[in-house]
Design a binder for this molecule. Structure first.
Ligand code: SF4
Length: 201
């Protein structure tokens, strides 16, 4: 059975859930697990970057440099397309210049993307996240550019539906390529950042 413990002692600053069976006398809380402990700030992360096989092909895009952020942040996975009600796998879709999201078969699925974006914004507020690391070039998660809706691998500048919504909500949004470049430059100060080849979202 779990019980709340908000003593805040011993350097612990957050809310801790503990097993009453193991720590009923309060003498040893080492078996408990902490929620919001250690002062780690929450960060939304595209779930596929954390290894969840939720992209449109039913695959993951796990990123070691993003996973490493877990040492300093409380990583909160988010997949706006799944949260918006789309299945996995699902048809490839691209964000057109007119703001509509259309599948490769020509179906307008904008409502799912808008619903997923709203869910991501609500999740960010619920967990207190003010940063997000998202999958590059996804029609939902792309933060700098997206495929342009022609299904010819052409890109255009601009964020995906969820990235735009999170930015509008005040979050700092970057993608996994930004994080990889940042981590490499911090490992080798002065060295030019290198980028991994893109992979589909
Ligand atoms: S890029 Fe975003 S929407 Fe697409 S699978 Fe990853 S988390 Fe889900």
């Amino acid at each position: 059975m779990l019980a709340l413990d908000q003593r805040g002692s011993g350097g612990f600053k957050g809310t801790r859930y503990r097993s009453e069976a193991m720590t009923a006398d309060g003498s040893d809380d080492s078996d408990g697990f902490a929620v919001g402990a250690l002062g780690k700030p929450a960060m939304l992360v595209s779930a596929c970057l954390l290894g969840v096989p939720c992209n449109h092909l039913g695959r993951a895009n796990a990123s070691p440099s993003v996973l490493a952020l877990g040492a300093r942040h409380r990583l909160v996975p988010v997949c706006p397309e799944v949260m918006g009600g789309l299945p996995t796998p699902r048809p490839a879709a691209e964000l057109r210049r007119d703001g509509r999201v259309v599948t490769v078969e020509g179906h307008d699925v904008t409502e799912f993307y808008v619903r997923g974006a709203a869910a991501a914004v609500a999740l960010a507020a619920a967990v207190g996240a003010d940063r997000a690391i998202l999958k590059a070039r996804s029609p939902s998660c792309g933060s700098h550019e997206v495929y342009d809706g022609t299904f010819r691998s052409a890109r255009r500048a601009g964020p995906g539906v969820t990235a735009a919504a999170l930015m509008a909500a005040g979050l700092e949004v970057a993608d996994e390529e930004d994080e990889l470049a940042r981590s490499r430059s911090s490992e080798s100060p002065g060295a030019p950042p290198t980028m991994e080849p893109p992979s589909g979202a």
